[in-house]
Design a protein around this ligand. Structure first.
Ligand code: NAP
Ligand code: ZN
Length: 334
């Protein structure tokens, strides 16, 4: 049976209906009837071929919630009808040193849900059941979808830091990932500062729990927070002034880059040496952390702010994401 979806056929263009016949279900696979799919900015980067890895037709979508429709003979963790989630990662080898350590998101032969495979802007998907997650009943489906990629990606560095009530956290770029970073950091007890190019987001960032709000190009306000933060999480989808962010990192503090702009980072070596500042990147989260993140979100009621669109209105939703108008995650529903 064909799977119906929406695909980009060329870079930077609208999506159009597309269908394909999937490969036969393998023993470890699961077939899912999709009910919800978030729009992550990585989908936009891929539609636009910002990372020079896209192939067309390209079916975006890697924040998937749905119900198990069918499963292979070796799938024991899921029953037909279970509500499940699927994120960025589709598979890993499960036996390399990284996988054995639990760092399955660092596996050198990992595959992504919508790179080299057709993703979740679709009515169904067949995928490897090892990277499928049970969703806690307390989380409504439209709120659960953004957690599968956006939530996992910001939870991981906060959890690993580890953030406590003594940690001063700054979040740069208050979009899908950034607003979730505020929610998670606050629930972990941190003092949280939101840094944004959009002054109009101040009220919402404060309502999400941010203790301070700074407009990125307000030089005086930035100066007041110089060398202050223990952990900065940059989730901006486009960014240039990295040196400005370095000046905000405190002694032994860390800048974690999760946003993936295509521009190169330019940082003066001396500004890292001084104060032993660290800069590191972080990709999604391993499976164990994704499960912990889902439990933590259910317990602390960390529910993203979402705007829901019908799947057929996918191009309208994408346009709003492109224009930085979504508050704060667009979710497509069946
Ligand atoms: P999003 O919802 O579109 O939010 C991105 C935010 O970046 C915007 O809301 C805006 O926040 C800020 N921004 C946009 N243009 C900017 C510019 N020119 N200068 C400074 N800030 C700018 O995107 P998202 O879904 O949260 O994704 C954010 C980034 O994370 C993307 O690059 C995505 O590919 C990446 N990502 C990485 C991983 C990973 O594993 N590392 C996982 C998922 C996503 P303000 O209005 O507050 O300035
Ligand atoms: Zn994503």
């Amino acid at each position: 049976m064909a799977i119906n979806c929406f695909a980009a056929f060329e870079t930077k263009k609208n999506l159009n209906p597309f269908s394909y016949v999937p490969e036969k279900l393998k023993d470890g696979d699961i077939e899912v009837e999709i009910t919800h799919c978030g729009i992550c900015h990585s989908d936009i980067h891929l539609i636009d071929n910002d990372w020079a890895i896209s192939t067309y037709p390209f079916v975006p979508g890697h924040e998937i919630i749905g119900n198990v429709k069918n499963k292979g003979s070796q799938v024991t963790d899921f029953a037909i009808g279970d509500r499940i989630g699927i994120g960025w990662q589709r598979s890993s080898c499960l036996h390399c040193p990284q996988c054995l350590k639990g760092d399955d998101n660092l596996c050198p032969v990992q595959e992504a849900t919508c790179v080299g495979h057709f993703g979740g802007f679709a009515d169904k998907i067949i995928t490897d059941s090892h990277f499928v997650f049970h969703i806690p009943p307390a989380i409504p489906s439209e709120k659960a979808a953004p957690l599968l990629c956006g939530g996992a990606t910001v939870f991981s560095p906060l959890y690993e830091f580890p953030v406590t009530k003594f940690t001063r956290v700054a979040v740069i770029g208050i979009g899908g990932l950034g607003h979730l970073a505020i929610l998670f950091a606050k629930a972990m007890g941190a003092d949280v500062t939101a840094i944004s190019t959009s002054p109009q987001k101040k009220q919402e960032a404060t309502a999400l729990g941010a203790d301070n709000f700074i407009v990125l190009n307000d030089a005086a306000a930035m100066q007041k927070h110089a060398s202050k933060f223990d952990l900065l999480i940059c989730s901006a989808s486009s960014f240039e002034n990295w040196q400005l962010l370095i000046s905000l990192i405190g002694p032994r503090g860390k800048l974690c880059v999760v946003g993936a702009p295509q521009e190169a980072m330019k940082i003066a070596a001396g500004s890292l040496i001084e104060c032993r500042r660290h800069v590191f990147g972080s990709n999604i989260a391993c499976r164990a952390q994704i499960n912990q993140m889902l439990q933590f979100a259910a317990k602390h009621k960390i529910f993203p702010m979402v705007e829901v669109f019908s799947m057929k209105d996918v191009n309208t939703a994408i346009e709003k994401v492109r224009n930085n108008q979504v508050r704060y995650r667009a979710v497509l529903v069946k």
